[in-house]
Design a protein around this ligand. Sequence first.
Ligand code: ZN
Length: 286
Amino acid sequence: MQITHRIAMKMRAIVVSALHRGRLREMAKKKVAPAMVAFYHRVANSNPNPWTISSEDFRRHLDHFQSLGQFVGLAEVQRRMREGVSANPCFSISFDDGYAENALYALPLLIERGIPVAYFVSTDHIRYGTPFQHDVDAGVPLAVHSPSELRQLATAGVSIGCHTRNHVDFSKIEDPQLIDEQIIEDKDRLEQMIGQRVAYFAFPYGLPAQLKPKVIDAVYRAGFDGFCSAFGGYNLVGQDWFHIRRFHGDPEFSRLVNWTSFDSRKVQMEPHIDYPQRSLFLPQYS
Ligand SMILES: [Zn+2]
């Protein structure tokens, strides 16, 4: 009985997978294939928690993405949205927060496979080695990278991105000076730390409550090439390309498979993020 059930489940997975691949192929034929950006936090084989996956699972995720399309950096995701042509599904990998253990498995694997990675960190945590409050509260104050580790990663080709000075929740901040300090000044701070330009900003929490017009305006004024949200979404041709939509890569594999199947209900359900578009910034990318 159990064996029959297992065979039935396997058959179902094969049929579902074929349907998904067919859908992505159709979109590719029309040159409107989705660009998908997954975000992770921590790849480690100890202290499991909801924002950690094992090195084996992470490898499985990468293999899954690779079986469906091509790995690209965030600039290519934006180019497809802006230019309106996306001839194959593509995937981009990002990490938030800067957990030191990512240097054990995830980052060497990405570098070895030549997969672009956007790596978002909060500068005060890096500078002072301060663990995140949610890890302290959980009784496991996990280590973050040191500034010299971050410089080494940048030198190895990892694209370091800004995730504010101390992981602020912009839904609770109205003071324009504080917003500028966490975004505009922090871009400078991070660039000095790593000795390279920082091109992208990722909102801590990344939900519509944080993506307020005046905060996005500070991202523009800072001179970033774009910002990442985290509420879950695809990047499609013709969409606002300054906003890079990401989905959570950390949870169980079935949810990842659901995202990569291109679930059109998720597009219909995507929250609208309203903010003044600054056409002023368009020419440099055209
Ligand atoms: Zn974060």
